[in-house]
Design a protein around this ligand. Structure first.
Ligand SMILES: [Zn+2]
Length: 183
């Protein structure tokens, strides 16, 4: 009975932040972690593009808008919020809209920081925030583009969610989800 099949939904999110200028240095927050001694990213928030891309992908998967939709100027309480807090709130919104989260995968592109030694730690912090497995990988762009020139960091994320049956907020069949609480 295809009618009763619960189809998962995928989403995508991309986030980019430039490194802060040398005359206005910022702390680096990336993947939910503080990176001591590393050049930070600029932005109104902590610039954690890994966490931001993850949150964006969650909204995308549910079809309920994007980061701007949910954390725009109409929700000033999230101005300057940490990436981890935004991800945690995004997961709450997604569940309130009638979805459960399968997993989120994020890959960022940057020359630094050296991510491997802290991957587990980052995944743990982000997974806790999302209430679902979040995996993080890192790569470089072989010296090409703004990431290769060390001007900033970009991150891309995919998310998989599935509608929780019986929840009135979730779409029961493929198509845009209804009931976005903050759209
Ligand atoms: Zn961002």
């Amino acid at each position: 009975m295809t009618l009763n099949m619960v189809l998962p939904r995928t989403g995508v999110g991309i986030d980019v932040h430039a490194f802060a200028p040398e005359d206005d240095p910022q702390p680096l927050w990336l993947g939910g972690l503080f990176w001591e001694g590393e050049q930070g990213l600029s932005g109104h928030s902590d610039g954690d593009c890994v966490a931001h891309a993850a949150a964006d992908a969650l909204f995308s998967a549910c079809g309920i808008g994007d980061l701007g939709t949910h954390f725009g100027t109409d929700r000033p309480e999230f101005e300057g919020a940490s990436g981890v807090r935004l991800l945690s709130e995004a997961a709450r919104i997604v569940r309130a809209a009638g979805f459960e989260i399968g997993n989120v995968a994020v890959q960022f592109v940057a020359n630094r920081p050296k991510f491997g030694p802290r991957r587990e730690e980052s995944q743990q912090v982000l997974s806790e925030a999302a209430g679902a497995p979040v995996s993080v990988t890192a790569t470089t762009s072989d010296g090409l583009g703004f990431t290769g020139r060390g001007e900033g960091i970009s991150a891309v994320a995919t998310a998989l969610v599935y509608p929780v049956s019986g929840h009135e907020g979730a779409a029961s069949e493929p198509g845009p989800a209804k009931g976005a609480p903050h759209a």
